[in-house]
Design a protein around this ligand. Structure first.
Ligand SMILES: *Cc1c(COP(=O)(O)O)cnc(C)c1O
Length: 390
C-alpha cells in the first residue's frame, strides 16, 4: 500500500519520547518551551505557542485578533474545512476568494476585486486566511499591502508549509501577516501525532494566545485586577480553552524539527522525479513560483483529458485498486452540506470548480522510493482491464 503521505519516525524520535516518559513531566514541563523556541528560531519569529492541533491554533488566532459574532472572514475554498470552521466557532460569517489557476492558492487578483466590491457594500472582512496549499506560500506581500489598504488582519494557514519560505523569509516569520499556524498531524511535513504551532511578532496578540491556550488564565501580576494573594495565585481574566500540547508530543516535534530540512529536500527529489517520469504523459504537473520555496506537502496534478481511457475519477479508482491511496485535496468548502446552508453560489468560484473536477493528489513523502514512483506512473498509463494487485 502506498499512502498519499506518511510520517517518518526514526530511533532518535522514539528515544526523545521515551525520555519524556521517564521524566517528571508528561505535560507542562520543559520540553514544550524548548520546542517553541526551536520553531521560533527556525522561522525567525518572536513568539510561538504549541497547541494540540492546527485547528485549535486557528481558533485562538481568530479570537486573539478580536473576531466576534457578525464579523466576516475570507479564506480559500480549496482547503481543509478547519480554515473556515475557526471563523464559525467565533460566530463570524465566512466567505471565499476563488483560487489562482496556476498555484491553486487564493488569487490575489480575485481578492483585490472582491475587496473593492465589499468596500462599496460595507462588507469588508475583519480577517483573511490565506492557505499555503501543498506547502507553496501564497504571494503574501500584495496580500499584506491590501490588508493595510482595507484594514483586515491576516492569519496564514501554513498547516502544509513548515520548512518552506516566501521571498527571503521562512514561512512562519509573519513578515506579511499577524499570525501563522502550522499543523503537525502525521501526514504533514513534521509530526507530533496531533499538534500545531501558533506564531506571531505582536506581543499583545502573543499574550492573548498564551492565555487562550490554557483557560484564559494569567500568572502575570500586571494582567491581574489586583496584587496576587500569594505565590499560588492566578486569575482567569477571559474565557479560554485547554488547547495545550503535551511534553511527549513536543519531544517528538523537537526531534522531527532536526530533520525538517532533510524531509523537504527529499520531497523536492520526488517532485523532480515525478517531472521526469511524467514528461511524456499529458498530466498537468504542479508549478512552483519563483517567489516561494515550497515544502511540497502535497503533489497535486490535474487530469484534463482521458489517459489510457480513464478520466480523473477512473484514474483515482485505478490507483486505489492497485494499492495507491491517491486523494483529492480538497472538496471546495462551500459545497459541504454544513456550508451550503449559508447560501454560496458555485458560479462565484469557477477556478475552484474546474480544479475540483481535475485535481488528484499523488503520493509524496520522504520514504517514497523510485520503484514506487515508477509503479504509480505505470498504474496511471496502464489501460483499463489490465489491473494487477500490488
Ligand atoms: C491539516 C490541516 C488543518 C488542520 O490541522 P490539524 O492539526 O489536524 O488540526 C488546517 N488547515 C489545513 C490547510 C490543513 O491541511
Amino acid at each position: 500500500m502506498i499512502p498519499y503521505g506518511r510520517q517518518n519516525i526514526n530511533q532518535a524520535d522514539i528515544e526523545a519520547v521515551v525520555n519524556v516518559l521517564k521524566s517528571d513531566f508528561l505535560t507542562q514541563g520543559p520540553v514544550i518551551p524548548q520546542f517553541e523556541k526551536a520553531v521560533a528560531n527556525y522561522c525567525g519569529v518572536k513568539y510561538t505557542y504549541a497547541v494540540n492541533s492546527a485547528t485549535s491554533g486557528l481558533h485562538i488566532a481568530c479570537i486573539a485578533l478580536g473576531l466576534q459574532e457578525g464579523d466576516i472572514v475570507w479564506t480559500s475554498p480549496i482547503s481543509f474545512v478547519a480554515s473556515a470552521n475557526c471563523a464559525k466557532y467565533c460566530g463570524a460569517t465566512v466567505d471565499f476568494v476563488d483560487i489562482d489557476p496556476i498555484t491553486y492558492n487564493m488569487s490575489v487578483n480575485n481578492l483585490r476585486e472582491k475587496l473593492l466590491k465589499a468596500d462599496k457594500e460595507g462588507k469588508l472582512p475583519k480577517i483573511v486566511i490565506p492557505v499555503h496549499l501543498a506547502g507553496q506560500s501564497c504571494d503574501m506581500e500584495p496580500i499584506w499591502k491590501l490588508s493595510r489598504e482595507y484594514g483586515f488582519k491576516i492569519i496564514e494557514d501554513a498547516s502544509h508549509a513548515i520548512g518552506g519560505s516566501y521571498k527571503s523569509s521562512k514561512v512562519g516569520s509573519c513578515e506579511f501577516s499577524d499570525i501563522t499556524i502550522f499543523s503537525f498531524h502525521p501526514v504533514k511535513i513534521i509530526t507530533t501525532g496531533e499538534g500545531g504551532m501558533v506564531c506571531t511578532n505582536n506581543v499583545e496578540v502573543a499574550n492573548k494566545l498564551y492565555r487562550l491556550r490554557s483557560h484564559g488564565i494569567t500568572r502575570d501580576s500586571t494582567e491581574m485586577t489586583h496584587q496576587p494573594d500569594g505565590q499560588w495565585y492566578y486569575q482567569q481574566i477571559e474565557l479560554g480553552y485547554n488547547y495545550r500540547m503535551t511534553d511527549l508530543q513536543a519531544a517528538l516535534g523537537m526531534s522531527q524539527l532536526n530533520r525538517l530540512d532533510e524531509f523537504v529536500v527529499k520531497r523536492h527529489g520526488i517532485y523532480n522525479r515525478y517531472k521526469e517520469i511524467f514528461k511524456d504523459v499529458s498530466i498537468k504537473l504542479p508549478e512552483l513560483e519563483p517567489y516561494a520555496f515550497a515544502s511540497l506537502h502535497l503533489y497535486i496534478v490535474r487530469i484534463e483529458n482521458n489517459i489510457a481511457g480513464s478520466n480523473r475519477k477512473g484514474i483515482f479508482e485505478k490507483l486505489r485498486a492497485n494499492g495507491i491511496l491517491a486523494n483529492i485535496h480538497y472538496i471546495p468548502i462551500y459545497s459541504q452540506p454544513y456550508y451550503q446552508q449559508f447560501g454560496y453560489n458555485r458560479n462565484d468560484f469557477p477556478e475552484s470548480e474546474n480544479y475540483y473536477k481535475e485535481a488528484i493528489s499523488l503520493p509524496i513523502y520522504p520514504d517514497l522510493s523510485d520503484s514506487e514512483l515508477d509503479y504509480i506512473k505505470e498504474t496511471i498509463i496502464r489501460p483499463l482491464g489490465h489491473q494487477t494487485l500490488f
